[in-house]
Design a protein around this ligand. Structure first.
Ligand SMILES: [Zn+2]
Length: 227
């Protein structure tokens, strides 16, 4: 018996328009929802919303193609990023996820951790509000960003969301997450101490100790400069 790994369904390309600067604006159906249409531009732009109406999406895409002066990513830059992150040959940023060569998305904290353990980098977190593609509901998520400096390119960000539910919640046994939480807690603790709230620091210090312990178990205390 074989087990299939679920992979995101590729978006169906419906039409494309060229810009005067040589970028390409594509209209695609990305899912089977009631608002499946999106447009993206190879210069790193997108419609910022999902459309229920293909004609509206097409008109906006066409209007953007008429005015966009952005330049599509240099293939040499994409190749440097691909090699630095250890991606397979032929990899390129997925525009339907809003990716550009210097800002990429991965599906999970485990996947982000694989890149982190392979190439290093710095880790930061922030709270973000997310919404479904049709805007019918919103939720808060923690976004973890891994920044890797790629020679000849500069900083490249790789991001993933951690949603606070039992299945997808924090995996502090994963070093990239432990480092992110440790750094966030350390900053929180410094802010509390600056306000003289030393009692407030105690639970935050517990969290730092817990993260430190996880990193020690993974043999990666070096990641917080404490090896
Ligand atoms: Zn554009």
């Amino acid at each position: 018996m074989s087990t299939a790994t679920p992979t995101p369904r590729p978006a169906a390309l419906l039409m494309s328009f060229s810009t005067s600067a040589g970028a390409v604006v594509e209209v695609s159906a990305v899912d089977r929802s009631s608002a499946p249409y999106r447009w993206t531009c190879s210069a790193g732009h997108d419609g910022g919303r999902a459309y229920a109406s293909l004609p509206f999406c097409r008109d906006d895409a066409k209007a953007h193609a008429g005015e966009c002066l952005g330049v599509a990513p240099d293939p040499a830059v994409v190749e440097k990023v691909r090699v630095a992150l250890g991606y397979r040959a032929g990899w390129k940023p997925n525009r339907h996820l809003g990716e550009i060569a210097t800002r990429l998305t991965v599906w999970s904290q485990v996947e982000l951790n694989e890149i982190f353990e392979r190439v290093g980098g710095t880790v930061t977190t922030r709270e973000v509000e997310r919404s479904t593609s049709d805007g019918s509901s919103t939720w808060m998520a923690t976004e973890i960003t891994l920044t890797v400096v790629v020679p000849g390119v500069g900083p490249v960000e790789v991001v993933t969301d951690i949603e606070d539910d039992p299945e997808h919640g924090y995996r502090t046994d994963v070093p990239v997450v432990a480092v992110a939480r440790y750094r966030a807690a350390a900053a929180h603790c410094r802010a509390l101490a600056a306000d003289g709230d030393f009692d407030g620091c105690l639970p935050v210090q517990d969290e730092m100790a817990m993260c430190r312990c996880q990193l020690e178990r993974a043999g990666r205390l070096d990641l917080i400069g404490a090896a």
